[in-house]
Design a protein. Structure first.
Length: 342
């Protein structure tokens, strides 16, 4: 089933407008409130036999899509289409954070970001080689996790003091026990096998207070994918994302000791709740020096992540500056200590 959103006034195709947060008609300018649209997909049935071929109801063209695609544009008439049966039943997202940055604003923000690269080539900083900038809704699972932690450790406190002609070192030994309960909410893990996981992680944080109940009109005019991994499959990645925070919290409860030696450490992390959501990302393809560079932008905050090219000349100048500065500092220190210059 293909969904088109037609303008009630002129019959043209409508798409989601990031500025207003509504469906917008480019022909007559009419806006429609998305919250007023009924949503039946969560109650629709889903069959495993997915077809990769669909017909555009706008012009009749055949759409060939990958199995993961849930929203796209018709290559012939440009109409925004949503493949509804790939968003139904268990594949229906519970929540979505809509785009608030338009394509024009995303382009301006990316060009501004390029100009800030202190070690990037001048040609890259002009930001005039953008091949494409595509708005995508990336599938994520948001995990609410609970960790129960029990720690046994042998700790010491050392005090050094002087009494008369003697210096004393006093060491006190402690058997410590910690019983900790930690809750972490909305831990995001991307569920697309095509996306670079490291890139998606660096786009955080998202403003989760902007989460809205999922409705297909939010996808109109953008590309969207369904998840490739279930929450059960991604649970280990979610645990790994919070492991550093758990260790940091444990250390904070044992501060004040000179040494800490763990004799027992049990960390039991469980998934309390997981929600399938779609989060907005602008994917930027940049052509520089006959190579394609991929960057991602948070569609809500404008944060840009990626690895820009590095100018060897600027790096050499930067290190030369550091070396010269260090040499000058050492010479001044030598002069002040009576060494003088040579």
């Amino acid at each position: 089933m293909i969904l088109h959103y037609k303008c009630p006034s002129c019959g043209s195709d409508m798409s989601f407008d990031a500025d207003s947060g509504e469906l917008s008609c480019q022909s007559c300018g009419r806006h429609e409130n998305i919250e007023s649209y009924p949503e039946e997909l969560k109650r629709a049935s889903f069959t495993e036999d997915e077809a990769n071929e669909y017909h555009c109801e706008n012009c009749g063209a055949v759409l060939i899509t990958e199995a993961e695609t849930t929203a796209t544009r018709c290559s012939f008439c440009g109409a925004s289409v949503v493949i509804a049966d790939r968003l139904s039943g268990r594949l229906a997202p519970a929540k979505v954070i809509p785009f608030t940055i338009s394509k024009e604003d995303a382009t301006k923000a990316f060009k501004k970001w390029c100009k800030k690269g202190l070690l990037t080539p001048k040609g890259f900083m002009t930001a005039d080689r953008i091949k494409s900038i595509t708005g995508m809704y990336i599938p994520f699972w948001l995990f609410d996790l609970n960790s129960k932690v029990q720690i046994n450790a042998a700790c010491t406190k050392v005090r050094v003091y002087t009494q008369g002609d003697y210096i004393y070192t006093e060491t006190n030994y402690y058997d410590t026990f910690r019983d900790i309960n930690l809750d972490y909410v909305k831990i995001p893990v991307d569920a697309s096998e095509k996306m670079n996981h490291e890139l998606m992680d660096k786009l955080e944080p998202y403003p989760y207070e902007q989460l809205k109940d999922f409705k297909t009109p939010y996808l109109a005019g953008y590309i969207a994918e369904k998840y490739n991994y279930t929450d059960e499959e991604l649970f280990p990645r979610a645990k790994d994302k919070i492991s550093g925070y758990i260790e940091s919290y444990i250390r904070s409860t044992l501060s004040g000791y000179q040494t800490v030696s763990y004799s027992n450490k049990q960390i039991d992390t469980r998934n309390v709740n997981s929600v399938y959501v779609l989060l907005p990302v602008w994917m930027v393809s940049y052509d520089y020096d006959r190579s394609e560079h991929i960057f991602a932008m948070n569609g809500q905050t404008g944060k840009v992540v990626g690895k820009p090219p590095i100018s060897a000349g600027k790096v050499a100048m930067w290190f030369s500056g550091i070396t010269a500065g260090t040499f000058l500092v050492l010479k001044c220190a030598s002069f002040m200590m009576g060494g003088g210059f040579w």
